[in-house]
Design a protein around this ligand. Structure first.
Ligand SMILES: [Zn+2]
Length: 211
């Protein structure tokens, strides 16, 4: 299950995406957010969508059945709890949310991978940590630097992400890099750069699946 973060219609539908929904651990969060963008205006939702399509195409060539939490980049949501439900109901072997960050610091750069911590069920324990480690290893092998500003060694366990808190299957969220960093913004804005991110995510999933 690939979960491209945000959606292209979110920005023009504030009432819908600001509605509070369950986020796990007894908390609520807005249904969804607009995501970030490069300083030149290339949006995170477009990046996430394009990379997810590239990952899905690559996985299909390995015989992996791929599903997505949204069908296009022009809709609204789905809400974060709905995305988790879509993933959980799929019975997928792995759930990967694809994002890019928007740190205020232009020098901040590098990727990080998050999983739910402390775990709320067995799937959020070792299986999700294993998926996170395989994803981190794949990004490193592809030459991507680990985050200079969040987490440690490319891993950032979190207790505040609804999709991870609500997951009943192995699930991680990948922040590919910082869209406000000039170098990473340039890579994310190019098709060749997006293919590199997609190749790393694909390798991480294949590694976890043992394919
Ligand atoms: Zn995001």
């Amino acid at each position: 299950m690939l979960d491209p973060g945000h959606n292209g219609g979110n920005a023009s539908h504030p009432a819908e995406i600001n509605k509070q929904v369950p986020a796990g651990r007894g908390e609520t969060k807005p249904c969804n957010t607009t995501g970030t963008a490069t300083n030149a205006g290339y949006t995170e939702h477009a990046f996430n969508w394009d990379v997810a399509q590239r990952v899905g195409a690559a996985l299909a060539t390995h015989g992996v059945q791929v599903r997505y939490t949204r069908d296009n980049d022009t809709g609204v949501g789905p809400c974060v709890d709905k995305r988790a439900a879509i993933a959980n109901q799929s019975g997928a072997a792995a759930v990967v949310s694809i994002h890019a960050d928007g740190s205020d610091s232009s020098s901040a750069h590098g990727f990080h991978v998050s999983y739910s911590n402390p775990p709320l069920n067995a799937a959020q324990g070792r299986p999700s940590i294993g998926l996170a480690d395989d994803m981190r290893d794949a990004f490193r092998s592809a030459g991507f630097p680990t985050s200079t500003y969040l987490g440690s060694g490319g891993i950032y366990p979190r207790d505040d992400l609804a999709g991870l808190n609500l997951a009943t299957l192995p699930a991680v969220l990948v922040e590919c890099g910082n869209m406000r960093n000039p170098g990473e913004a340039a890579a994310m804005s190019s098709t060749a750069g997006r293919q590199r991110y997609a190749d790393a995510i694909t390798a991480g999933i294949l590694g976890y699946l043992g394919l």
